[in-house]
Design a protein around this ligand. Structure first.
Ligand SMILES: [Mg+2]
Length: 221
């Protein structure tokens, strides 16, 4: 029974499920990102930096790499380097596996990713979307409202970032290969929610560093 519970908790993100339920009441706007892109290559990181943001937090799987892979996806590599330059290295990876005390207690997976991708991996205790503002603020020496969260999942990455007042950037996944059934189902639910919320006129949370109408992508005319 204990084994079953552990296996289930690795597949089902209970904090994500709880947040999904709150979406129908008080946290609807937290499900919508400030910036939505196909992949990060269209984000103008210099413009984001110029708006006053001080650091970036990246999810790894399906944001920077294919799931469980240790090298950058070709659509993300150059943009990630540009982000590092724009933010003078103030960039960190935040994963729900590597660096998470529950699954990577010794940080060995985080160490391996750091070596391979050349970017620090945050050591933390709670699974996204559960917030750990003190961990981010200690790492960056900045308020969470001055940071950017980039990820492919609404119920984890975007909910996490919006709940702490961050600028949120959502990209589409590179592939569903290697993802478990729960993640595939969650993606469908997320897409449906975003569609319904936008159709109902819902907008992402207001952000003090973002002027109305600002577009942080290169696709802006
Ligand atoms: Mg991901």
């Amino acid at each position: 029974m204990e084994k079953l519970n552990k296996g289930l908790s690795q597949r089902v993100n209970l904090a994500g499920v709880r947040f999904a339920l709150q979406l129908f009441t008080t946290k609807r706007r937290h499900a919508l990102p400030h910036v939505a892109v196909e992949n990060i290559s269209t984000v103008d990181w210099r413009k984001v930096r110029a708006a006053g943001f001080k650091g970036c937090v990246f999810d790894k799987d399906n944001t920077l790499t294919d799931p469980y892979k240790m090298c950058f996806h070709p659509d993300a590599r150059d943009s990630f380097r540009e982000c590092l330059r724009a933010f003078e290295g103030r960039v960190v990876l935040l994963s729900n596996s590597a660096g998470l005390e529950q699954y990577d207690p010794k940080g060995s997976e985080a160490d391996a990713i750091e070596k391979k991708l050349g970017c620090p991996v945050l050591r933390h205790k709670r699974k996204k979307p559960a917030a750990e503002p003190e961990v981010l603020e200690r790492h960056f020496g900045a308020k969470t409202g001055e940071l950017v969260m980039v990820g492919d999942r609404t119920l984890t990455d975007i909910a996490f970032g919006n709940s702490m007042g961050m600028l949120t950037v959502k990209c589409e996944p590179f592939t569903s290969r290697g993802e478990n059934l729960f993640v595939k189902l969650a993606r469908r639910l997320e897409a449906l929610l975003a569609f319904v919320l936008r159709a109902a006129g819902c907008a992402p949370p207001d952000h003090p560093l973002v002027q109305a109408g600002t577009d942080f992508t290169f696709t802006a005319s």
